[in-house]
Design a protein around this ligand. Structure first.
Ligand code: C2O
Ligand code: CU
Length: 467
């Protein structure tokens, strides 16, 4: 049994151990590393132990050859400089999910940059305006590249460190593996997955491991930064008899509150920061379980033998980032009507300017979802905003499936009191949700479903903010 008092610094060297230890220890460090030289993120092949022994290792694609890629920790307001080196056999890019970034650095192949060919590099240099939990992943054939393991955490630290004993990153993913532990490649373009719930895996991992362990001491207060990097699974997490408080969603602080019915639902691409007081006894364990399909223990808190430290009684609250408040009353209204998919209403869908019956569109182009009757990236933006204009997007889910709707370059909120800022909102089947944002970041920004097969099957559009 180790008996160490884990300090924040210890933790940094542990965090995302798969990433940091296997590729480049320097990468996990903070800002100063970025100042005058780029930090290189090499997208390449590697292996991961996703199955418990005696299961075979899995060939993956990862940043630095590991999954997840290195945890990038920077300070709010920093300018960071990262060099993508593409050692894959496919073109790729990196998108910095949730960062209110310079448009040219947003990493969307075909909209904000050309995809980076194999063997080439691309420099991303940008400021991080908001503190919080963010992540990075490719934005080219993302349904395949992310299913193969290309993703990592981007943590932007508050200027003053909040009062916790540990700051832990937990990236949860599901994988579709065959009996030999190999990634199931034949189904990458499966029309069934595209038209139904997306690619759901049969193996879950946290930080690239079948059952991640978090060493803790009884009485500690921890911040757990959960990131769902599944292609399409909505994770449902339980925490045994712990009582986590939600303190941030998609990187943005919220008034601390308990989980509804003790379960945390977290849709693809969403993040939830939890504050947990570790109330278990020394020498015991507590599991995090995933219950969307059966019950799987995906991670363990492992208490050391040290005598408990006293539980904190202080209130905890993160400082909000400064986002501009949309003006609800005068916001310009934009409709985004989702149709198509399996068991959806059959109507005509436009694709690249041509009208199709859905069956013909599936057969010829593998497309079956639409926003406002259009599949795939349209020529014309969903809306074009004056800088600083408040926009209300009414999202109507007229399909038989939930969708994780993501807007680039901006965070949005619903109108009711206390509605959180988000960058990805789960819109359930039959639901209508209206979100408000201030279009204050110039450029061309994607809106899409983050269930990556739905995106591939047509759920993609964009909006423009004039410079
Ligand atoms: Cu996580 Cu279009 O992005
Ligand atoms: Cu969707």
């Amino acid at each position: 049994m180790h008996s160490f008092k884990q300090t924040r610094r210890d933790f940094l060297t542990h965090a995302g151990a798969a990433g940091t230890l296997l590729c480049a220890p320097a990468l996990a460090s903070v800002s100063s590393a970025f100042a005058s030289n780029p930090v290189v993120l090499e997208a390449r092949t590697g292996t991961a132990r996703l199955l418990e022994a005696p299961g075979k290792p899995t060939s993956i694609w990862g940043y630095g050859g590991s999954v997840p890629g290195p945890v990038l920790r920077v300070k709010q307001g920093d300018e960071i400089w990262l060099r993508l080196k593409n050692s894959l056999t496919q073109p790729t890019t990196i998108h910095w999910h949730g960062i209110r970034i310079d448009n040219a650095m947003d990493g969307v192949a075909g909209l904000t940059q050309q995809p980076v060919p194999p063997g080439e590099t691309f420099d991303y240099k940008f400021k991080v305006p908001d503190a919080g939990t963010f992540w990075y992943h490719p934005h080219n054939r993302s349904w395949e590249q992310m299913a193969r393991g290309l993703y990592g955490a981007l943590i932007v630290e508050e200027p003053e460190a909040p009062d916790v004993d540990q700051d832990i990153v937990a990236i949860a993913d599901d994988w579709r593996l065959d009996k030999d532990g190999a990634i199931h490649e034949k189904s990458f373009d499966s029309l069934f997955d595209r038209s139904h719930a997306g690619r759901l895996g049969n193996v879950l991992s946290v930080n690239g491991k079948p059952k991640e362990e978090f060493p803790v001491r009884s009485g500690q207060r921890i911040r757990l930064r959960l990131i769902n990097t599944c292609n399409s699974r909505i994770l449902k997490l339980r925490f045994e008899d712990l009582n986590p408080l939600v303190i941030a969603l998609d990187g943005q602080p919220v008034a601390p509150h308990a989980l509804k019915h003790g379960t945390l639902d977290i849709a693809p691409a969403q993040r939830t920061d939890l504050l947990i007081d570790m109330t278990g006894a020394p020498g015991t364990t507590q599991a995090i379980t995933e219950v969307s399909q059966g019950r799987v223990e995906i991670a363990m808190f492992v208490y050391n033998q040290l005598t408990p430290v006293p539980l904190r009684t202080s209130q905890f609250r993160l400082q909000e980032n400064s986002l501009r408040q949309p003006v609800i009353a005068s916001a310009r209204k934009v409709d985004l009507i989702m149709t198509g998919g399996a068991m959806g209403r059959v109507d005509k869908i436009t694709y690249r300017g041509k009208r199709y019956d859905i069956t013909q569109l599936v057969r010829e182009h593998g497309q079956m979802w639409a926003f406002n009757g259009n599949a795939g990236m349209p020529e014309e933006p969903l809306f074009s905003a004056r800088p600083g204009e408040s926009i209300a997007v009414r999202m109507v889910n007229d399909t038989r499936w939930p969708h994780a709707m993501h807007f680039h370059g901006h965070h949005f909120r619903e109108a009711h009191g206390g509605a959180p800022w988000r960058d990805t909102l789960l819109v359930d089947t039959g639901e209508t949700r209206t979100v408000y944002l201030v279009a204050d970041n110039p450029g061309k920004w994607m809106i899409h479903c983050h269930m990556l097969e739905h995106q591939a099957g047509g759920m993609a559009s964009w909006f423009e903010v004039k410079g």
